[in-house]
Design a protein around this ligand. Sequence first.
Ligand code: SF4
Length: 233
Amino acid sequence: MLSIIDIIEDTTVDGPGFRTAIYAAGCPNKCPGCHNPESWDIHKGKKVRTEEIVDKVLADEFANVTFSGGDPMFQPEGFTEVAKAIKEKSQKTIWCYTGYKFEDLIKNPAQAALLSYIDVLVDGRYKQTLRDESLLFRGSSNQRLIDVQASLNKKEVVKYKYNPGLRIKWESGVIPEQSRCCEALFQTFRKHFRHWYIRIYIGKAFGMGVSQKTCQLGRSRSRGQSGLVRIIF
Ligand code: SF4
């Protein structure tokens, strides 16, 4: 059983690609400027069986998974059950956001057990003074994207290197009518990259806080390959 604030399908800001995000209730960190202070109290969450969460995640054959919150590492046993089942039954990647640091998590047996199923950890408390909107998938520059499995193998922190796939610069600089322009671009890319899942991002930022600038035009579930197209106006 886990205490959960919400489960959001197809988010595009909690890690690369489309993801099912499970927002845990409960966080001991209370960072000033936290994006989600209503998640701090574990008693305000809804009790959900771990099997129910796994079923919901697996029902989407395409989306990968993100544990966020709140702090999933505040309920490590339940999230370990979820992560273990997801890894046993799918090839989905799991990202986990936490206010704890990797070096502390590996010393705690319950949290280390959860780490063993995580692909990428975004660690460290959010620090308002280090806020940087240009950062990928995190809010402040002290937070790290960590390749967890490589770090566990090497017994030292190995940073995760994000490969955004194809990056295309849009040269026009003129957007006469945004929606029509996007639709035309989308059709063009669909023709050339029809084996890819395609998302088109509008704006220079790409990561946390970009959702209002994100234009999601469609996707195909019928192909096995995924990719991203980023267009910089
Ligand atoms: S760790 Fe995350 S959820 Fe917890 S207080 Fe800090 S920013 Fe908010």
